[in-house]
Design a protein around this ligand. Sequence first.
Ligand code: PGA
Length: 251
Amino acid sequence: MRKNIVAGNWKMNKNLQEGIVLANELKELLNGATPNCEVVIGTPFIHLAAVAELVKGSAIKVAAQNCGDKESGAYTGEVSAAMVKSTGAEFVILGHSERREYYGETSATLNAKLALAFANGLTPIYCCGEPLAIREANAQNDFVKRQLDETIFALSADDFKKLAIAYEPIWAIGTGVTASTEQAQEMLAYIRSLIADKFGKEIAENTSILYGGSCNAKNAPELFAQPDIDGGLIGGASLKSADFKAIIDAF
Ligand code: PGA
């Protein structure tokens, strides 16, 4: 059975003290309960160790939002997958459209990052999704298929089984425009069909595929009720503990 996952992506928000307050609020709201989904918070690198320590023993797990594409060495400013792992983080978000768009992340860099994430025992949350012009040209399926073909579809089945996927149409990220439930379900079903073609039906059925893009407490119940939507990658709404908790409770 695939897991339902609600993952927060704080992006470049909250200083260390504010991040600790936010993580602590969420921990208190969960109050020792086991939610009906896996709960992950993706913090900036410098928060990881403190937040991982704070949430130890709770249902909350911690993700980095990126990792380096090299193992170690003279790469000023970079943070390796091994370093991320050593903080107590268990997940790493890879291939977010903001990384692809603003930091020139390519499929080749992503493949290096994926390999290092697996080598260091991190679970990748691999992001894909099309820009507005591609959606308007109704070419989103080919676009997303290409992203997958160039990256995670080149993995071994053993590695592929360990990751989660987040489909995030770029036009819905941070814009307040959510993909309609039908658009999200349709794309996630399509991605699942591609996984079945590539790795077989069983692996496809067991892969967690999340929707991301202006997901909030209001629209989460309808989105999460869809057969192929196994949770959400949540940006803005993960910065308020009560909103994020309400999204978790949508399961
Ligand atoms: P958003 O961001 O929820 O603020 O739209 C989602 C994401 O980029 O992961």
